[in-house]
Write a protein that binds this ligand. Sequence first.
Ligand SMILES: Nc1ncnc2c1ncn2[C@@H]1O[C@H](COP(=O)(O)OP(=O)(O)O)[C@@H](O)[C@H]1O
Ligand SMILES: [Mg+2]
Length: 441
Amino acid sequence: MELLAESIIERSKSTQILCEESQIDESTAAAVQTVDGDVLGRLFVFTPSGPQSVINVTNEKDIIVGRSPSCSFQLSQSTASNKHFRIYVVVIDDDMDPLIYCQDLSSNGTFHNRNLIGKGRVVLLSDGDVLDIRHCASFLFQQKLKFAEKVEHEYTGDEYTISNRLLGCGGFSKIYMACNKKTGRQVACKIIDKSKLSSKHFLEDHEIKILRELKHPNIVRTEMDYNSKNQFFIFEELITGGDLFSYLNKMGTVPEINCLLIVYQILKALHYLHKQNIAHRDIKLENILLVSSNELFFRIVLTDFGVARQAENGQRMSTYVGTPEYTAPEIKAIKRRKLQRGECSYGLEVDLWSLGIILYLLLSGTSPTFQANPETLQPQVQFTGNIWKKVSRQARDLITKLLEPEPSKRLNVLQTQNHPWIARHRSRLEKLYEKHVLCCI
Ligand SMILES: Nc1ncnc2c1ncn2[C@@H]1O[C@H](COP(=O)(O)OP(=O)(O)O)[C@@H](O)[C@H]1O
Ligand SMILES: [Mg+2]
């Protein structure tokens, strides 16, 4: 964790467009569990015989409620499943209230404010919410929000209610939990501040225009958009495992096997995009979301198409966009060359460079360093420190080939998918993907 805190890029460094081309108290509870770590929320347990106890929610450990003796809170009634539901915490940022989620694991159902959650599904909990296991127990959720404030928004549509639960922030937008009034389902609502999109070249509906055309299991699914005078709204599926930044922060470093499962899915999304000549141009930890994080294989979703661009007929791009820590050298060169009034452009390869940075960050918890290769004089990524001794030669080889300064020599999506680090596990990965991603959407 310290290693990460010291060297990893900060979340606040956001995407840049630098120049353009064109009611309850504790006394009601009989027993309060003692816990390690900060108490972020509480569940007050009620059974037909009255108030029972309080379960403290912390970031240290998930809470599993059910009949099994291994559960953190055990129930005796036969209507409860062995593992009935799971409560877990996602910490996005110190300046944001932690997100506390409930995943229904039961066959008989867990009800959230009287609505069935559904096996495998997840809801974001808010202060005052009630979870219910019929004929067994009810759980009143309490979370004192430190940062919640009234959301100033101009949405006047009928379809959604926008809550004050902040899910994340970016350079141009804030993302809140919203509810689809008809289905009762929670969604994410991205509110884009038009005044921040000061760039004349990025129109407010730029992102949705690209997103509307995309349909892929590893790309965020949008439901609807809405335009008002000063804001633009994108309603999209709520992704409930946080982003890769928060995941890495929690893990310190990510084991190679987990990295493989993550990179495999990012490549699926990139393959789909690049086939259509769409460059994402802002691949970074914060823009890759996790649907869950407790299983080995969980779905990964690429989001934030704010600076994505479809290059017609292999046309090259020339805007200096992205997040500096992740941008390929050919994008950085744009700025230098522009100063010298020289010509410079780049292509889809920029996304593969960013992927190389991501893999390096996940495996080591640190940003890569580069040193000039004595033969080519080109900067070459360095693998210094004990952490790399645990990492396979193949993984390091892949990173080196992705962090290749010369774009024409850098691996493209297909070549990356065929690299031995991935290719030797292909059939197993495909099966896992089918079972855990394709079958669950
Ligand atoms: N669909 C979603 N579900 C849950 N959290 C999300 C969702 N979309 C974005 N977020 C969170 O909000 C953050 C900012 O969203 P993003 O679309 O990247 O905005 P920006 O374009 O301003 O960077 C993300 O890093 C992520 O933590
Ligand atoms: Mg973003």
